[in-house]
Design a protein around this ligand. Structure first.
Ligand code: ABU
Length: 450
């Protein structure tokens, strides 16, 4: 007989499982056709540009009192795909991530379907062990004998973790005393009377892809007892290449390293690790909040696997799983090949830029960031004075607008340290070939002619 509480029948589930399953099946088919196949096709557009106002007209964004039928939801999914940027497309060079890795994609689907949260072993037994295995392997590539680490939502968050850890190591009673109980701290060595505690070096800067001399910096840190953090969010993947790992020579001397496999190694946004040399539970000591509803110490299993208590987050996605899946599929040698190929293709592009009239390299790249200006015919005879640079500053934004409206490719531009707007081309994906590099230069030349 029906059980009624407050007029609500409580017998049996109320969702229509059959209809739900069919909806998932049809949506998966749509993703396969429109994203995995079509959006990676070089003959398709990278983006279907619309202004925010146009897009608001095109998309049905309103959330109503009554739900929409499945066929309508599928149409909405189609619109979302149509007007989203195809970051898997071989001519998407806009960010420090690109391309489609089939294995991490499957891992991403599985994560979304299983919906785990990696704070306790009781809800994420497999994913916590995967994270442990991946961290161990990454630590091995840094050159530490042992260490600790945590995956988190971004390189900036990794860097913040490292700063807090260094500060905690310097002042272990900060959690009790608060900031006002500390001397004035300073991040870099200084003669101001403040207390230096951390040096942050970079392996692979965002714009230029530049690498700091880690060995020399480590000497200074050792001499002054400073924590050395290396932001290798972008450049860390070079550690997998026997040819290119010298870019990070000395990284084993760091106390902490930020490394994002979602960039060069294509693990999918987001997949970022903060790796810590200290094995004395510093992460846990610094971040533990001892939430009694998650981290009960009297559980029936080994609670050292409840690693969520060393994270600043509570709910946390098993991002390590995506990288694990790719690593399993390609092996270390496949990942190494990916890095080597991306850097070889970058080299090809550099040599082509040098050969072509109207292209000017900003500097010899160390990594996969190729920074260059396109000089349109009208500026080619002009002396490189203030007027030339002021006019050149307008060129990259104008070309970017044209390429996005055409949808033929996407790469970024920026001014940087006194240099006027220039393009930054980033090479990552194995789906990209020499032909795409040639296309890139031809297309910029075509779009940039005045
Ligand atoms: N974490 C900075 C990435 C920005 C970029 O993709 O250019």
């Amino acid at each position: 007989s029906a059980v009624l509480v407050d007029g609500v029948i409580l017998n049996g589930p109320t969702t229509d499982a059959k209809a739900g399953e069919k909806f998932v099946e049809e949506a998966c088919r749509l993703i396969m056709e429109e994203v995995v196949l079509k959006a990676t096709d070089v003959n398709e557009k990278v983006c279907e540009w619309r202004s925010p106002e146009q897009l608001k007209q095109l998309l049905d964004l309103e959330m109503r009192d009554t739900g929409e039928p499945h066929h309508r939801l599928l149409e909405l999914c189609q619109d979302v795909i149509r007007y989203s940027v195809k970051t898997n497309h071989p001519r998407f060079f806009n960010q420090l991530y690109a391309g489609l890795d089939y294995y991490s994609l499957v891992a991403r689907f599985m994560i979304e379907a299983l919906n785990p949260s990696v704070y306790t072993y009781e809800v994420s037994p497999v994913f916590l062990l995967v994270e442990e295995a991946v961290l161990k392997k990454m630590i091995e590539f840094i050159g530490w004998k042992e260490g600790d680490g945590i995956f988190n939502p971004g390189g900036s968050v990794s860097n913040m973790y490292a700063m807090n850890l260094a500060r905690y190591k310097y002042c272990p009673d900060i959690k009790e005393k608060g900031l006002s109980g500390l001397p004035r701290l300073i991040l870099f060595t200084s003669a101001e009377g403040a207390a230096p505690f951390l040096v942050c070096a970079t392996s692979g800067t965002t714009v230029l892809g530049a690498f700091d001399p880690l060995d020399e910096i480590a000497d200074i840190c050792e001499r002054h007892g400073l924590w050395l953090h290396v932001d290798a969010s972008w450049g860390g993947s070079a550690l997998l290449s026997r040819k290119h790992r010298k870019l990070l020579h000395g990284v084993h001397r760091a106390d902490s390293v930020a490394w994002n496999p979602h960039k060069m190694l294509m693990a999918g946004i987001q997949c970022c690790a903060l790796l810590v040399k200290d094995k004395s539970d510093l992460l846990k000591k610094c971040y533990s909040a001892k939430a009694s509803y998650l981290f009960q110490q009297d559980k029936f299993y080994d609670v050292s696997y409840d690693t969520g208590d060393k994270s600043i987050q509570c709910s946390r996605r098993p991002d390590a799983f995506k990288f694990w899946m790719t690593w399993k599929a390609l092996g270390t040698s496949g990942l190494e090949e990916r890095v080597n190929r991306a850097l070889a293709l970058s080299r090809y592009l550099v040599e082509e830029i040098k050969k072509r009239e109207g292209f000017k390299l900003l500097l010899e790249p160390e990594y996969a960031n190729i920074c260059f200006w396109y000089i349109p015919p009208s500026l080619r005879e002009m002396e490189e004075g203030p007027e030339f640079w002021a006019k050149l500053n307008l060129v990259a934004p104008a070309i970017k607008e044209r390429m996005m409206k055409k949808g033929s490719l996407m790469l970024s531009y920026q001014p940087h340290r006194g240099k006027v707007n220039f393009f930054r081309q980033v090479v990552i994906s194995p789906q990209v070939s020499r032909e795409d590099m040639d296309f890139l230069l031809d297309e910029i030349d075509l779009l940039g002619r005045d």
